[in-house]
Design a protein around this ligand. Structure first.
Ligand SMILES: *Cc1c(COP(=O)(O)O)cnc(C)c1O
Length: 411
């Protein structure tokens, strides 16, 4: 019998053993790094490591072309630049995301427009996306949040109807599948992050897939990440015909990335198994809404986020999260503190100090209540950690803890 007195009230904790841990980096990475140094160059165009990292990535993803970048934020900026997004364009995206989704939009002097989300997948609601389209709309940046893909059939149908570019932010969604296709290969460009907190890490770094498969598109994308240098084969053309930043990846990152990609399948399999198990274990509890994976999809759970329905519980969301934490289960209330459009940058319409550009080019406004479902998600969500080094019994303990707390407060 599991004790019913909550740990937060002095009962015994559900979790009595430490969570599984492990080393993310080992000799595989060290060997690649040594080889990179022995090349006597750390420049991607002269060395072989970034090239190999990309060709391995392309093989896993079944794409012809991709470009390495210095971060996930950079990858999204590069995709926007390659897509031709520019001054005064509107770009529709998600209000629950990392700010890295938004940086490139504003650097292109385009205007982020936020559409609302689906209540349990936490991803863009295609109906809301379509409702936000204006004559200025040029692109949609879909965020596949926490390893769960957006409803891409509906998104692509809207994009085709209005002739929009689709950029997939896959920073949290490695090997995530939508109806058998990998997230990141469905829109025009797919953007990945290898910062230290993602499924795989190169310290910092990113990748952009060029899904048209067209050489011209690839050249444009590649040059946009390398201050307009066009380096293809032995040919190097240094022609400045437009503005492009330097977002190059170094050989050190590429080297670590080669070794990390070999672990990616295992990491994602474990996370999928654990996340789906958690959902099965907590489904049907009154007042608890599990993290819903999009229909026809396979999630790879960068984190697990359930929602509580306070009208069916005798506690608040914060009390529920605290009770879980007291049981020994890391749990935090919400994800980001508030929807991104409530941040001062949008409230003051000030991306550049002392200027309201480019916001003054559009009449879109960032009022509270703009995306009511998204606002509600952040008020009622509880985020649990999923890690590939956890054991099956760790997951069972997480399930028991949620059940115990829900049973107590559901009464
Ligand atoms: C991490 C992340 C980014 C940014 O990636 P960086 O490598 O940190 O620049 C962008 N979008 C989402 C959804 C992310 O989680």
């Amino acid at each position: 019998m599991v004790e019913t007195k909550l740990a937060i009230h002095g009962g015994s904790k559900v979790k009595t053993t430490p969570f599984g841990t492990g080393k993310r980096f080992g000799f595989e990475e060290a060997k690649e790094l040594l080889e990179a140094l022995e090349q006597n160059t750390l420049f991607y165009h002269f060395g072989e490591k970034v090239k190999r990292f990309l060709s391995d990535f392309n093989a896993i993803y079944g794409v012809k072309h991709s470009v390495a970048t210095s971060s996930g934020t950079a990858a999204i900026h590069v995709a926007l630049g390659a897509a031709g997004i520019t001054v005064g364009d509107e770009v529709i995206t998600s209000p629950i995301t990392d700010q890295g989704t938004l940086v490139g939009i504003l650097y292109q002097n385009a205007i982020p427009v936020f559409a609302d989300l689906e209540p349990n997948t936490y991803n863009l609601d295609p109906k809301s996306v379509e409702a936000r389209i204006s004559p200025r709309t040029k692109a949609i940046v879909v965020v596949h949040l926490a390893g769960n893909p957006c409803d891409m059939d509906a998104i692509m149908a809207i994009a085709n109807k209005y002739n929009l570019k689709v950029i997939e932010d896959c920073a949290q969604s490695y090997l995530t599948k939508y109806k058998g296709r990998l997230a990141g290969t469905i829109g025009h460009y797919g953007c990945f992050s290898t910062n230290d907190f993602k499924h795989i890490s190169t310290g910092d770094g990113g990748i952009v897939t060029v899904n048209s498969g067209e050489d011209e598109d690839f050249y444009r994308t590649h040059a946009f990440a390398d201050k307009n240098y066009q380096r293809f084969g032995s040919q190097v053309v240094r022609e400045l015909n437009s503005l492009a930043p330097n977002y190059r990846m170094t050989e050190l990152q590429g080297a670590v990335g080669i070794a990390q990609l070999k672990k990616l399948g295992w990491i994602c399999d474990k996370r999928r198994e654990y996340g789906d198990r958690l959902t099965a274990g907590i489904s049907g509890l009154p007042g608890i809404q599990p993290h819903k994976i999009t229909d026809g999809a396979e999630g790879t759970y960068w984190f697990y986020m359930l929602r509580v329905d306070e009208s069916k519980l005798t506690c608040t969301r914060d009390e529920f999260a605290q009770a879980l934490a007291a049981e020994g289960i890391p749990a935090s209330a919400g994800y980001i503190p508030q929807v991104v459009y409530m941040q001062p940058l949008f409230q003051k319409k000030q991306a550049y100090h002392g200027s309201h550009f480019p916001f003054e080019l559009s009449d879109f406004s960032y009022d509270q209540g703009l995306c009511p479902v998204a606002e509600d998600i952040l008020k009622t969500a509880i985020r649990l950690t999923i890690n590939e080094f956890y054991t099956e019994s760790d997951i069972e303990d997480m399930i028991q803890a949620v059940r115990k707390v829900a049973a107590y407060y559901g009464a």
